[in-house]
Design a protein around this ligand. Structure first.
Ligand SMILES: [Zn+2]
Length: 179
């Protein structure tokens, strides 16, 4: 069986949490106290592609490595623990893995866009405020007055991006205003 298929069929965040590691989301990563060394600051990081790295002790690997090192298991034993030791995946399981991989890629792309769009909108806001701050004649107002409207729109979009309403964010994403 292809090891990369196994790796992608296992959610390392759930595996680590099941092993007692408390994880918190931080951007597109999850961080927590490292189970491999006496960690005082959360150094253990799970990346969206399903591997972990500890910035304290340098432990590094995928879900299989995690289980092996945590319990001192062999590769085969780790597969058993992860419930993926029963020979080749069925067609249905393969499909499920593919769907998971696809969904993970979409989520990663969405989170990347979120960060980039926030940067972009913040830059637009600053530019608007600068122009508006320099208005000092009726002619200027005539020329640049529309920036008041633009600024209101950008500020609204910033609120959406900073908030927790993924539906509203998705709408903004689909509007392709910021790419
Ligand atoms: Zn560590």
């Amino acid at each position: 069986m292809d090891v990369s298929v196994i790796r992608d069929s296992v959610d390392l965040v759930s595996v680590a949490e099941a092993a007692g590691v408390e994880l918190k989301r931080s951007g597109n990563r999850h961080v927590g106290l490292c189970p491999f060394h006496a960690d005082e600051t959360p150094s253990f990081t799970v990346f969206p592609d399903g591997h972990f790295h500890c910035f304290g002790c340098g432990e590094h690997g995928d879900a299989i490595d995690f289980i092996q090192r945590l319990h001192g298991y062999t590769f085969k034993e780790a597969l058993k623990i992860l419930g993926v030791d029963r020979g080749p995946l069925t067609r249905e399981q393969c499909q499920k893995v593919k769907t998971l991989q696809h969904r993970r890629k979409l989520i990663e792309a969405f989170r990347r866009w979120e960060i980039e769009a926030t940067d972009q909108v913040a830059t637009f806001c600053r530019a608007c405020r600068k122009v508006l701050g320099e208005i000092n004649s009726p002619e200027d107002l005539e020329t640049y007055g529309e920036r008041y409207h633009d600024l209101a729109v950008y500020e609204h979009h910033l609120d959406i991006l900073a908030g927790n309403d993924d539906q509203a964010k998705l709408q903004l994403f689909r509007s392709e205003l910021y790419v």
